[in-house]
Structures are given as C-alpha cells and as structure tokens.
Design a protein around this ligand. Structure first.
Ligand SMILES: Cc1ncc(COP(=O)(O)O)c(C=O)c1O
Length: 323
C-alpha cells in the first residue's frame, strides 16, 4: 500500500510538472511559478463539509428525485403503457418559460419533469410492455446507473477514470464468456444497435479490403478494389444506416430473400454469391427485431467456405476470388 501510494504521488508530481512545462513552453502562457504554485494549492483536497447551504440544497434535490423515482416505479405496473400525446402541447410544456441563463429552482424543474412523465413516458420499465425488443432495468442496474451519473466520469482513457477502464475490461471478459467467444476477441462498447452494426461492418470492410491489399483506414474508399455487401431482405434498418455512414452505400447492397421467420435463406445466399463478380461482405443477423429469429450462421459459414474452395479451384490463374 505504502509503496503504491508513493508511486501514485510521484506519478502525479511528474504529470503535474509536465503539464506545467507544456503549458509554459508550448502555449506560451503568461504564468509565473508562483501563480502555478497557487493553482496547485487550490487543487489540494479540502476538508469534508456536510452542512453548507449548497450541500443541504443538493441533498434536498436528490432526496426528492429519489422519492419521485420510487413513486414512478411503485406505480409502473398500473400505469398505462402508452399515452395519447398531443406533441405540440407536450413541446410547449417542456419549453416552459424558454431558455434562460439562470436555470431557476432545481426542485421545481425536477417536479415539472416528473409531472410530464405522467403524460408522456412509455412504461417500458414495467411488466406490461411487450413492444419491439425493449426491456426494463433491474433495480441494481438502475442504482449503479445513479452512481455512474453521480461520479460523472469521462471514460475516454485510463487517466480520466481507472474505474471506468476496469469496468470496461471486466464487462468485456464476461461478455466473451457469455457468448463463448475466442478469449483474444477484442470488445468495444458502443451507444446502441446502429453503432454496433457500424463497428461490425467496419471490421468486415477492413478485413476484406486488407486481403485485397488495400488499407482502407489509410487509403480511404476512393480507388479501393470493388466489393459487394450482401444482406438479407429482413436485415435491420440500422444495417443500412451503418452502410451509408461507412461509404458502402445503403442501396448498393444485394439482398438475399428470407424465410417466414425472417431468417436469411442459405440456398438463396448460395445462388446470390455465385452471381456476384467481386469479393463479398455478408452481413448475418442474430435476432430479427420482429420474430427474434437468428440467421442460420453455421449454414452461412459452410456456404461461404464451400464457395471459397470452389472458387479457388475454378479460378485458374484469375486474381478474382470470392469470399
Ligand atoms: C426502428 C429502429 N431504429 C433504430 C434502432 C437502433 O437504435 P440504436 O442505434 O439507438 O440502438 C432500432 C433498434 O432495434 C430500431 O428498431
């Protein structure tokens, strides 16, 4: 403990000095060593105070918010799942007195926001909501989320928040376990379905073009070897949003017919791929948003391997290969 404390202290010293030097040398700031010492003093920890007016106001606000949150959750099973909302009326209530520099009374803001929930929140957190693929949060997840918002960390990199970095690594290892993935798999956390598909397709685009001798990250897409993206007729709309952002074009894709559960048909995939004249990137889907069905991934892989082998056997010197 002692050694690690000393090391921490040394690190922060070195870090602070470095910031000081960088500021002075690179930014040419007009700051003296004495002023810098004053700044450092300001940054020293202060004794804990609990009864200041500011602290009491904050505690009152957070306690009331806690009450409102519990009132909402206590009644969520009885609440209408959805409301008929006149959107213009809702907008004008939310606008209130309009934007002001002074935020007004925080307690009133929270009360007003909570009252709007009675009119316009969809009860996805409750047990009677069965729409789309949306689920509610467990109380412990909600509580951890409150703490996360309280700590207000920037998870960009380790120095910003060692705790966030550790949480990311631990959750990543758990997900690898849960999905039975290769232990060396790299995991990234994204904002939702669209960015998850974006990331997956970006990885596929990178790998396919790399095999064709093209570094898409460095060289961009202009002049890259042509590739074709293959999706199913039932691919989620976020796939097409991702393709649009990745420069692969949402309308250049070739769609493979799906079965009655929305699963990509492997026989149709095979037929489609034999007609395509470029290397292909195939997007399979796990969890159709309407039926929950998974594309037959194992069958798709067998089909791709078979085509690759056949194509290598047939190409007879041609540099074209289908993957
Ligand atoms: C219609 C629609 N749009 C977008 C998304 C994805 O949203 P996000 O990228 O915010 O997770 C979904 C998710 O299923 C959806 O059904």
């Amino acid at each position: 403990m002692q050694t690690s404390f000393v090391r921490e202290a040394l690190c922060s010293c070195v870090f602070t000095t470095r910031i000081y030097n960088v500021r002075i040398q690179n930014l040419n700031l007009d700051i003296t060593r004495a002023q810098f010492a004053n700044l450092t003093k300001l940054m020293e920890p202060k004794p804990v105070t609990t009864n200041t007016e500011e602290n009491l106001d904050r505690a009152k606000l957070l306690n009331r918010t806690n009450e409102l949150a519990n009132e909402f959750l206590d009644s969520v099973a009885q609440r209408p799942v959805a409301h008929r909302v006149d959107f213009e009326t809702l907008l004008s209530k939310m606008r209130g007195d309009g934007l002001s520099v002074d935020a007004g009374d925080p307690l009133r803001i929270v009360e007003e926001l909570s009252a709007l929930a009675d009119e316009a929140v969809v009860a996805t957190a409750g047990p009677r909501y069965f729409g789309f693929v949306v689920g509610g949060a467990l109380p412990v997840a909600l509580a951890a989320d409150w703490l996360t918002a309280t700590w207000d960390q920037n998870g960009a990199f380790f120095a910003h928040s060692p705790l966030a970095a550790a949480a990311e690594q631990v959750a990543a290892a758990w997900l690898i376990d849960l999905f039975g993935l290769d232990r060396a798999a790299s995991v990234g956390f994204v904002t939702g379905g669209t960015m998850a598909n974006f990331t997956g397709i970006a990885a596929g685009r990178h790998a396919l073009l790399q095999r064709l001798g093209w570094d898409v990250e460095k060289q961009g897409l202009m002049g890259a070897p042509p590739i074709t993206v293959v999706t199913s007729d039932e691919s989620h709309m976020s796939i097409f949003a991702a393709l649009q952002m990745l420069g692969l074009g949402s309308e250049r894709v070739v769609r493979v017919p799906a079965d009655e559960q929305g699963r990509m048909r492997v026989d149709e995939l095979h037929r489609t791929l034999t007609r395509i004249q470029t290397p292909a990137l195939v997007c399979a889907q796990t969890g159709n948003v309407n039926t929950g069905a998974f594309d037959p991934i194992a069958g798709i892989v067998v089909c791709l391997r078979h085509l690759r082998v056949t194509n290598y056997q047939n190409r007879a010197g041609s540099r074209r290969c289908r993957r």
